[in-house]
Design a protein around this ligand. Structure first.
Ligand code: PLP
Length: 382
């Protein structure tokens, strides 16, 4: 057994990353400024979108996406029950109602073939989540949206590197929302980015992200002459700091290097875990690039006596940290009580939620770490 705890999702930070942040601290300009602007430019170039707006989280990006969409009380947004609560909460914060549609048990993404049955006259948008980094069926989803005149907003929190038919995810919908939370593929501590080709939405998101002011702080206090700001509407305080952006610029430069390391770990798990009573991630769809954010497995409960939760605890005893992505969102108390969701509503999501666990996949992992994870699983399940 390993003698230190393997923290799930611990980011890989290198000396030059730390140096970049230190330089911002020494510069005296900590808030939103030139580093944020640079990070936005780098990110839009990487994704291939016309605009990228940095915010202090992906949750903020999802919320502002719903706000600029003009969601009204009672408007419905279709999404997946196998996601982080931020996805659904962003709809609710803007006055809307999350309408869940079951997942495909193989891809763990929203089942595009079930979306149309959930559309009502109140439906405004579809909010697909590229689960674990696997692109959703964007051809089907975009066709449905066009047919019913719906907006698509992509939750790309897991999917920075993901591509679908040669294009980055986050460029299919009107808006794409990315996360740089500590466990994600590119980290800024906390942070997020919204991508769009729509200039009006880009301007609005910038303003809504900083109190609804018409000039951002950097322009106001630069030496180009004093500029007054004007409040155009009551916005939020969602701006990213230069301290965060400096780290983001560095991490984005290493995104493919870290990806290749995770690919090695992914392949090692595929090879070494295939004999255990686990369902491993499905093969990748043709013409897609999976972002390899989460290596999720399902415990084959027909072949073992141990429950998923007992397995999680046994792994902790072996000093291996794991994650659960996710417990079914519609069964959490708030969504049951507010929207009447109950057990049995989304059988595929519930099946997965009861069996799923995510193994460590950070680019920081050593060969020894990966070996420890495999050996611990063999010991418990073998
Ligand atoms: C992490 C995550 C978010 C929220 O990202 P933050 O940057 O932490 O706000 C939203 N959706 C999904 C699917 C996530 O995994």
């Amino acid at each position: 057994m390993r003698d230190t705890f393997l923290v799930f999702g611990s980011p890989r930070l290198e000396d030059d990353d730390i140096q970049a942040v230190t330089e911002v601290l020494k510069s005296g300009w900590l808030g939103t400024g030139p580093q944020v602007k640079q990070f936005e430019t780098d990110f839009q170039n990487y994704i291939g979108s016309r605009h990228a707006m940095a915010l202090n989280s992906c949750t903020a990006g999802l919320h502002l996406s719903m706000v600029v969409l003009g969601l009204e009380a009672g408007d419905e947004v279709i999404t997946t029950p196998l996601t982080f609560c931020a996805t659904a909460n962003s709809i609710i914060h803007a006055g809307g109602r999350p309408v869940f549609v079951d997942i495909d048990r193989e891809t763990l993404n929203i089942d595009a073939d079930k979306i149309e049955a959930a559309i009502t006259p109140r439906t405004k948008a579809i909010l697909p989540v590229h689960f674990a980094g696997r692109p959703c069926a964007m051809d089907k989803i975009m066709a449905i949206a066009a047919r019913h005149k719906l907006t698509v907003i992509e939750d790309c929190a897991h999917a920075i590197e993901a591509e679908y038919h040669g294009r980055h995810v986050g460029t299919f919908g009107t808006l794409g929302c990315f996360s740089f939370y500590v466990t994600k593929n590119v980290v800024t501590g906390e942070g997020g980015m919204v991508t769009t080709d729509n200039e009006a939405y880009a301007d609005k998101i910038k303003m809504y992200g900083l109190h609804g002011m018409s000039r951002d702080a950097w322009k106001r206090f630069s030496d180009e002459g004093f500029k007054h700001y004007q409040v155009m509407f009551p916005g939020f305080k969602y701006n990213m700091m230069d301290i965060q952006a400096a780290l983001g610029i560095q991490q984005l430069q290493k995104v493919e290097k870290f990806y290749r390391r995770r690919q090695e770990i992914w392949d090692a798990y595929n090879q070494r875990l295939s004999g255990l009573p686990l369902f491993l991630p499905a093969p990748f769809e043709p013409e897609t690039k999976h972002a390899l954010h989460l290596y999720t497995v399902l415990l084959d409960t027909d072949r073992v006596k141990i429950t998923r939760d007992a397995l999680l605890n046994a792994l902790i005893k072996e000093n291996i940290g794991t994650g659960v992505h996710y417990t079914a969102l519609h069964l959490h108390p708030y969504y049951r009580e507010s929207f009447g969701y109950q057990e049995g509503d989304f059988p595929q999501a519930e099946y997965v939620a009861e069996r799923v666990l995510s193994l460590p996949l950070s680019a920081k992992l050593t060969a020894q770490d990966v070996d420890d994870v495999v050996k611990a699983l063999e010991k418990i399940l073998g």
